[in-house]
Design a protein around this ligand. Structure first.
Ligand code: PEP
Ligand code: MN
Length: 337
């Protein structure tokens, strides 16, 4: 349920409603809007009489939340959520540009890439230190050593660090070094991991599972929000279809659809979404034209020798050209990169 307070409702009245909601065994979540304050009451509502809440004098109305994802829904909050993490801002009119190699391979590789990303106007550095690989024999990442290299790159450039956490046991360690915790496609439905990142003070980039529906992505995001972390970005990275010409199929309609359904920012990954370097810049500009709040792109000093995903990584010149083009598209729709 959403308890909509009257315009100018007093803090005492809001506190009182929170107490009443919690007394009914529901969880309360206060959202202060520009117009008025609403309180989301979340939990099992079957035995709750909305009349008892509605009778408070400073309450305007009590309405049910119809979407299965409650806190993520635009029914609860219409204004877009802007996620800020270190130097990265995603949402509203600000497009966040996250770029870097698939995997952290060496200090030289990550620092060199970070400098390029910074010079081209990117705001965050990506790089996997814990890699979820399809084969157990593939490179699994440099783990804590890789995280230390990311921290060095942040010190040198000021870029925010975005890196994946693959297991609940690693959340504390990764959060020590990262500004944004990435939940990979393979882990989108690892609910214990979602709860664990919901409990730390770090923004989360949640990637859509390759076989997950958009509603399942929203419900996965709801796990993080309901654990207490409001800083969630949803990422479309492509889904598995019968198509073979791309590694995954990247549905850009996800962007306007999610903007209808949720206030959370939407990030597009054209690298995994296509699986081919030559398709990335076009899909990056298309994503911005479709209204994406951010991009996450793989870039590597020498894609041919990359230890993972070289075939979909941009080299430095390609990344620079892509950024210039994306900036022009962003300007055309009154956004900034
Ligand atoms: C990655 O970002 O390198 C990655 C493994 O992505 P995904 O989880 O989308 O496959
Ligand atoms: Mn990758």
């Amino acid at each position: 349920m959403i308890v909509v307070m009257k315009k100018g409702a007093s803090q005492d009245a809001i506190d009182h409603l929170v107490e009443m909601i919690e007394g009914l065994g529901l969880r309360s979540h206060v959202i202060v809007g520009t117009e008025r304050t609403v309180i989301a009451a979340i939990g099992d509502e079957r035995h709750t009489h909305k009349e008892s809440l509605e009778s408070s004098p400073e309450v305007d109305e009590v309405v049910p939340i119809l979407a299965p994802y409650k806190m993520a829904s635009t029914e609860v909050k219409q204004e877009p959520t802007v996620v800020q993490a270190g130097g990265l801002t995603v949402g509203g009119t600000q497009i966040g540009m996250i770029a870097g190699p698939c995997s952290v391979e060496s200090e030289e590789q990550i620092v060199e890439t970070a400098k390029l990303v910074k010079r081209c106007g990117g705001t965050a550095l990506r790089g996997g230190a814990f890699k979820p690989r399809t084969s157990p024999y593939s490179f699994q990442g440099l783990k804590e050593e890789g995280l230390q290299m990311l921290a060095t790159a942040r010190e040198e450039t000021g870029l925010a660090v975005v890196t994946e956490v693959v297991a609940t046991d690693d959340v504390e360690l990764v959060a020590k070094y990262a500004d944004v915790l990435q939940i990979g496609a393979r882990n989108m439905q690892n609910y214990r991991l979602l709860e664990a990142v919901g409990n730390v003070d770090r923004a989360v980039l949640l990637k859509r599972g390759a076989a997950a529906t958009v509603d399942e992505l929203l419900l996965a995001g709801e796990y993080i929000l309901s654990a207490g972390n409001p800083n969630v970005m949803l990422c479309e990275r492509g889904i598995r279809t019968f198509e073979g010409h791309t590694r995954f199929t990247l549905p850009l309609a996800t962007v306007p659809y999610l903007h209808q359904k949720t206030h959370l920012p939407v990030v597009i990954d054209p690298s995994h979404g296509t699986g081919h370097t030559y398709l990335v810049p076009d899909m990056a500009s298309a994503a911005i034209a479709a209204g994406a709040d951010g991009l996450i792109v793989e870039v590597h000093p020498d894609p041919e020798t990359a230890m993972s995903d070289g075939y979909q990584s941009l080299n430095f010149a390609q990344f620079e050209a892509m950024m210039q083009r994306c900036r022009r598209v962003a300007t055309a729709i009154d956004k900034t990169i």
